[in-house]
Design a protein around this ligand. Structure first.
Ligand SMILES: Nc1nc2c(c(=O)[nH]1)N[C@H]1C(S)=C(S)[C@@H](COP(=O)(O)OP(=O)(O)OC[C@H]3O[C@@H](n4cnc5c(N)ncnc54)[C@H](O)[C@@H]3O)O[C@H]1N2
Ligand code: MOO
Length: 448
């Protein structure tokens, strides 16, 4: 990191060694994190604004859907009983369109339109193209028809409640409301829905090298700040509300000021980036110790992102202090923050998808590896995962070219071609890209 003479408290060599030794496994780190997760309360939201929100309670259907028996085709509604033979003729005595009220048909047939309520006394619909018009009324409406096919009872009739019955479970709590669930909720007449309050998350990025304002020319010694915009985007995709996205220098004083500010606004989680590793200006561990925070872990046996730190702030929310390296941030977001947000939102843990490795890997034993990779389906329809050659943690271009995360659990030092590995989408809530053939980029062996 950068060099700031005002930064307090250089860490001792002894503490560095303890920290490396103290790295805990990924599963244990997530267990400690989730043990701190509190389920957020419910609030009511208009359906029109509920996209991306998470249902707080099961929704039971308050009605039959469809709400009445209706025609599936434009044609003629008939009483088929035990069946009508091809060639039978009928007088057409009425016409029924979508939106028309109940009607009784005692004899003959009824012209009917798709979506129209089935009249009483009829039980089947024959499509108009399977009939022959024998006579018309003066206004052009059909008067008599012949059926050109056999008609069976129930054909082309959609029964009330056949989509979902009154009282049945429609959507489970924890479901993220998307376009499909919005269609169902709207069909069930839900003007409002009970959703879980959005987790409120503040982001503080540290580093005096960071330039957050991309409208200004970049100073020679600075870099464009990319962690904040990435986190804000990934948090929004996960259903969180970003209350602040700040950039501060490498001093404990400015960081502490920024932290006080975001806590005043009320947050469920603070995410910081940078200043948690071994550098002389990595002040966050010291600052937390001095402020009475409860350290949950500092150091996770994983790559990238090993220096990750998690603490419960004194009388406050959780702080996830991520290492500043972009891929360390991406791993911490995807494999720590996303599970935490799901727990807060009352959602079950995500499942990964299995895929076969197309290139042999030699991960460092004991470390869980999170690799950026590309996916394709082979000729047998099996999902194949190809780690990109560019796995160094500063590489943002390769990240943007990846389809998914490939997880090597750290159990074995050698993972030959064909090893089954777990796959997770690159960004939670955004579907994985899967190609039909292996991409040229994944084959291009640029050295890592
Ligand atoms: N002697 C050791 N050095 C390092 C170790 C170690 O074990 N021993 N661990 C390395 C690992 S692993 C990581 S990860 C980094 C983490 O360091 P910090 O958390 O202190 O992060 P910084 O030094 O502040 O930044 C690292 C890197 O990322 C760039 N950065 C930071 N913030 C942003 C941002 N908002 N947008 C874009 N890029 C950012 C920063 O300029 C640095 O290049 O420590 C290793 N060192
Ligand atoms: O884990 Mo760090 O992210 O290797 O650079």
């Amino acid at each position: 990191m950068s060099h700031n003479p005002e930064t307090p408290g250089p860490a001792t060599a002894k503490r560095h060694i303890d920290r490396v030794r103290g790295a805990i496994g990924y599963e244990e780190a997530v267990r400690r994190l989730l043990a701190q997760a509190t389920a957020l309360p419910a609030e009511t939201c208009p359906l029109a604004l509920a996209s991306g929100r998470v249902l707080a309670r099961d929704v039971r259907s308050p009605m039959d859907l469809p709400s009445f028996d209706h025609a599936a085709m434009d044609g003629y509604a008939l009483s088929a009983g035990t069946g009508i033979a091809s060639g039978a003729e009928f007088d057409v005595l009425a016409s029924q369109a979508a939106g028309d009220g109940p009607r009784q048909i005692d004899s003959g047939g009824c012209e009917i339109m798709t979506g129209a309520r089935m009249p009483e006394g009829v039980d089947a619909v024959i499509p108009v193209e399977q009939t022959q018009l024998l006579a018309s009324n003066n206004d052009g409406s059909p008067a008599r028809i012949r059926v050109l096919q056999e008609v069976r009872t129930g054909q082309n009739v959609r029964l009330a409640g056949s989509d979902i019955a009154n009282g049945a479970n429609a959507i489970a709590a924890g479901t993220c409301i998307d376009a499909a669930t919005t269609m169902l909720l709207a069909a069930l007449g839900q003007a409002h829905v009970d959703v879980v309050r959005q987790p409120r998350v503040a982001i503080i990025c540290t580093g005096k090298e960071l330039q957050a304002d991309a409208t200004q020319p970049l100073d020679a010694d600075r870099i464009h700040a990319s962690n904040g915009p990435y986190l804000a985007s990934a948090l929004a995709a996960a259903g969180a509300r970003v209350t602040a996205c700040l950039t501060v220098d490498d001093t404990a004083v400015t960081f502490a000021d920024a932290l006080r500010g975001v806590l005043r606004d009320g947050v469920d989680l603070v995410i910081s980036t940078g200043a948690v590793s071994m550098g002389r200006y990595d002040f966050i561990p010291e600052l937390l110790r001095e402020s009475g925070a409860e350290l949950l872990f500092h150091g996770v046996a994983m790559r990238p992102g090993k220096p990750l730190l998690c603490a419960r702030l004194a009388n406050g929310p959780l702080l996830l202090a991520m290492p500043g390296t972009p891929m360390a941030v991406a791993v911490a977001m995807r494999f720590f923050v996303n599970p935490l947000l799901r727990a807060m939102l009352g959602q079950a843990p995500e499942t990964t998808v299995p895929a076969a490795l197309t290139t042999a890997q030699s991960p460092k034993p004991g470390l869980r590896h999170f690799l950026r990779g590309q996916l394709h389906v082979d000729d047998n329809g099996c999902l194949q995962a190809t780690p990109l050659p560019q796995q160094q943690p500063f590489r943002i271009h390769a990240f943007a070219q990846a389809d998914a995360w490939i997880i090597l659990d750290g159990e074995s030092a050698e993972c030959p071609v064909g090893t089954m590995v777990a796959i997770a989408s690159l960004v939670a809530g955004v579907p994985m890209q899967i190609a039909r053939t292996r991409s040229a980029n994944a084959r291009a062996g640029e050295p890592a």
